[in-house]
Design a protein around this ligand. Structure first.
Ligand SMILES: C[S@@+](CC[C@H](N)C(=O)[O-])C[C@H]1O[C@@H](n2cnc3c(N)ncnc32)[C@H](O)[C@@H]1O
Length: 175
């Protein structure tokens, strides 16, 4: 499976992570891809970073990128299947685009398709993610205006306007 190479959505999330002070924090980078977000978590002072992805090639690429950091672990996991513990920060730039049955033969659809109307996979992630948050932990995640995701109940942290979509960085958490 192709590894998702960092794009505008990755950069929106990466920029925010770099602005944060993560000193002493335990962080989870869900769907790490190349490892770009986990790398920024380390740069922002995270004490421990767990990076997971369901795509074996992403796990390999992220392991190469992050291997030099002793406080970082890279694992294969389908969402939280192989994740244990509680995290101060969970970040996810998920597959969020809508795709119907016609897309089934498209190579790499797993890295961008979030469900028939785009938001289903993100909602599944959010339902479970709360169980893995530490007290006062927060979740940063990316959604697209091309999906039916209802942004109303979340804080909008940042937005990027592209010619064909708006990308939102949203925050959820125990606070
Ligand atoms: C849009 S890419 C983001 C990659 C990287 N975090 C970035 O921002 O560039 C979504 C990532 O989620 C991964 N992914 C898709 N389904 C997943 C699942 N069920 N569990 C874990 N990771 C998943 C994909 O393999 C892909 O690497």
């Amino acid at each position: 499976m192709t590894v998702y190479q960092p794009r505008e959505d990755s950069r929106l999330l990466a920029k925010k992570i770099l602005e944060m002070n993560l000193d002493g924090e335990n962080c989870l980078d869900m769907g790490t891809g190349t490892g770009i977000i986990a790398e920024k978590m380390v740069k922002s002072g995270a004490e421990k970073v767990l990076a997971v992805d369901v795509n074996p090639e992403a796990v390999e690429e992220a392991s190469d990128k992050l291997g030099k950091h002793d406080n970082t672990e890279v694992k294969s996991s389908d969402l939280f299947e192989n994740v244990e513990g509680n995290f101060d920060l969970i970040a996810f730039n998920p597959p969020y685009l809508p795709g119907d049955d016609l897309d089934e033969d498209l190579e790499g659809r797993e890295i961008w398709r979030g469900g028939d109307s785009g938001e289903e996979f993100t909602e599944e992630f959010l339902e479970t993610a709360e169980d893995y948050l530490a007290e006062n932990g927060r979740i940063l995640f990316v959604v697209s205006s091309l999906s039916d995701f209802d942004t109303d109940q979340y804080e909008i942290v940042d937005t990027k306007q592209l010619w064909f979509e708006d990308i939102y960085l949203l925050k959820a958490g125990n606070f």
